[in-house]
Ligand binder design. Sequence first.
Ligand SMILES: NC(=O)c1ccc[n+]([C@@H]2O[C@H](COP(=O)([O-])OP(=O)(O)OC[C@H]3O[C@@H](n4cnc5c(N)ncnc54)[C@H](O)[C@@H]3O)[C@@H](O)[C@H]2O)c1
Length: 257
Amino acid sequence: MTGRLEGKVALITGGASGMGRATAELFAAEGAAVAVTDFDEGLGREVADGIVRTGGRAGFWQMDVSKEAAVASAVASATAEFGGLDILVNCAGIIGVDKPTHEVTEEEWDALFAVDVKGVFFATKHAVPHLIERGGGSIVNFSSIYGLIGNDEFTPYHVAKGAVTMQTRQDAASYGRYGIRVNSVHPSTVLTPLVEGIAAEYPGGLSAYEEMMTANQSIRRLGRPEDVAYGVLYLASDESTWVTGVALPLDGGYTAR
Ligand SMILES: NC(=O)c1ccc[n+]([C@@H]2O[C@H](COP(=O)([O-])OP(=O)(O)OC[C@H]3O[C@@H](n4cnc5c(N)ncnc54)[C@H](O)[C@@H]3O)[C@@H](O)[C@H]2O)c1
């Protein structure tokens, strides 16, 4: 334990699984009190309880990021419990339908944007007053390499992640005066439950999927949740107090080529 987040309070959306979970566990190991929030109550409680069992500080708050009242109440309650807020990590996300624009229904588009775009808006909206009260803080948004570049799959998801990239820059510009930094991370394919389902259905299974997905990476392996969590840790910590509005690819070199 090196205490890179000693004394900080962090709220993580989508903290029950994958990269949100890895981030919650790493933050707690680095000394933060962590509010794990998620749609999934069973898994979310498991993560928070696991942190507490290993000597960390954590609690779980159930919330659907697409519902403003639920977000407002979870943020207020977690902040009251831990006595303030220093860090917000917007990690909750869904991938939606794999269709090109002309095949996507309005319902499919709205359902995806409700979580991946509006969820970031709601959590940021309700966290910012607490960060201002604290005299500053850090927000880290999960975008994707596909919030920087396009490809021929999952169109609504990629457009939504582009919106998250821009929300990050806009909020970085708006909140610098309050000492609030806002940055985004852009993973390429990371082996989490979100991707495991897609890989399982790919002809040839996981190893064929890995070979195909990493064909344009310099480091030809799928990401691990902790590869990304360490990038989030840097942006959340006081090691990056001069860093804001940055889009950090954590992608094995995908976007460099
Ligand atoms: N896995 C990848 O390859 C990859 C790559 C780039 C970006 N991302 C992004 O990283 C983030 C984390 O992805 P992951 O792969 O760890 O996914 P995951 O599916 O393992 O975890 C996502 C979590 O978000 C929660 N969630 C979903 N909808 C929610 C809602 N409406 N309200 C609250 N919680 C909700 C889920 O319950 C789950 O616990 C997402 O924003 C995803 O889009 C993932």
